[in-house]
Ligand binder design. Sequence first.
Ligand code: ATP
Ligand code: MG
Length: 568
Amino acid sequence: MKMTKFFLPTLREDPSEAETISHKLLLRGGFIRRVASGIYNFLPMGLRVLQKVENIVRVEMNRAGALEILMPMVQPAELWKETGRWDAYGKELLRFKDRKEHEFCLGPTHEEVITALVRGEVRSYRDLPLILYQIAPKFRDEMRPRFGLMRAREFIMKDAYSFDADEEGLDKSYQLMYETYHKIFKACGLRFKAVEAHTGAIGGEVSHEFMVLAETGEDTLGSCENCGYASNVELTPAISSEKYPSEPSKPLEKVYTPNVRTAKDVADFLGLPLKKITKTLIYIIEEKEPIAVVLRGDHEVNEVKLERALGGRAFRLATDEEILKITGAHPGFLGPLGLSIRVIADKSLENFPNFVIGANEDNYHFLNANLGETFKADLVLDLRKAKEGDLCPKCGIPLNFIKGIEVGHIFKLGTKYSSAMGATFLTKEGKEKPLVMGCYGIGVSRVISASIEQNHDNEGIIFPWQIAPFQIALISLVRDKLSLVEELYRALEENWEILWDDREERPGVKFKDMDLVGIPIQIILGKTFQEKEEVELKVRKTGERYYVKRENLIPFIKKLAEELSSAQ
Ligand code: ATP
Ligand code: MG
């Protein structure tokens, strides 16, 4: 491809709309352009990368025996009503009506559509197992679309669905997809980790997320170097290495704490360590039942654990007004003592001697509270986020907490959708049973952002060989020998995808643009080419330069390409 015939609008300056490196570089490198919040155009460069990722996904899915289909983005409400998700899904589901006043939504995921398809077509155990997938746009009206392709509203997903006769079959399909995902992300040149995960709005029992390891990740993983255990921190059990001293309970003592509201302020005011101060949070379950959650001041509530404790019911934090009505005090002075609502205490308060609680009276706290003596909790369980210093639930070694970007998520759904929608098959014995399902997503467009977060430097993107928009950049600076340059370009083009910067631009501009867009190998035809027909070759990733005779160029690049495509 000649640059003069191409559409590659690069930008010199960082666009103000972009916060993360990948977002900035995708805009600056002319890969994407914003249409509306969380909605993007893919320009030729961006589309090339997207198609590279899509093809890797497609090849590995096909190898695993999955079959590609294409489902519509527009989905009728009736299907979502069958599973109850029309009401349960929340505002990420963009709902609308057609001219006949029929309700529809834009598909954020396709369990309903695929289950409806399969229930009409799959009749017998002989049709199983079956894995269907598509690579297509999804729409989720995200509360905070951000970071470009990372959290978009319209994005490209690969979603696959498996159908089996029983749990054993599902285990096999799940394992097959688990292994296929490893192959896909490896082939994309990513450094990643599979972790145990929460199932969220999709549902089901078992699930794993595939996390690309990067500082800018929105997820935190608890990961054990010793035994390999890894989970999303939403799920990581909080196992403290701390041993509490055995200290006799002291008498409760009310203290005046004027205007000190945060746990940190209370700790400073009383001259106590932060962990000795507890905080009490009031939540409202399903808009009717208030509950209190008590935990240490240096701990944070893990809302996924709380959701599980509440049996999956929806909840939210109470407003200041509601809090005043329930406790008689303003936030900052709340405590579990004397409340007429249910109290859930975090496990770390067990055997924790003489801690501080709010008095449910403005400007007062109590010293020397003890769980089970001063106040009773209706439930005591692990509700906090695991953090630095906590131990591996499998082997007891301290966990590492690292950041990750979720690029894939696989679920064992069981019969959640097939039972609700009547998707059944006949067993060998002629019995009718619901299909046992799994579902498997990959954020195909998010993979691009994740890769850039992992592979860049001050000059721009460093694409892994496998997903680069072009493999070789040809920068010619010579004014004569043009037919030789053309000949070289043709020879290269037979083997690789080449972007030839044939513009009348200053060398500096050409070098900067090529560094920015991250093509793995740069071939520079400059002085050495002019003088001795020697080609200068630069590896984008390492900056290494080689000078190669024109006639040796193709075999040289073949070797280099092999090294680059197998490097992680
Ligand atoms: P997240 O927790 O990041 O919102 P999710 O758990 O909602 O993700 P899934 O429903 O499992 O995501 O979707 C499958 C994959 O689609 C995810 O692993 C992720 O890579 C991708 N994905 C989800 N939401 C977005 C989004 N808003 N923009 C881009 N990719 C997304
Ligand atoms: Mg989401």
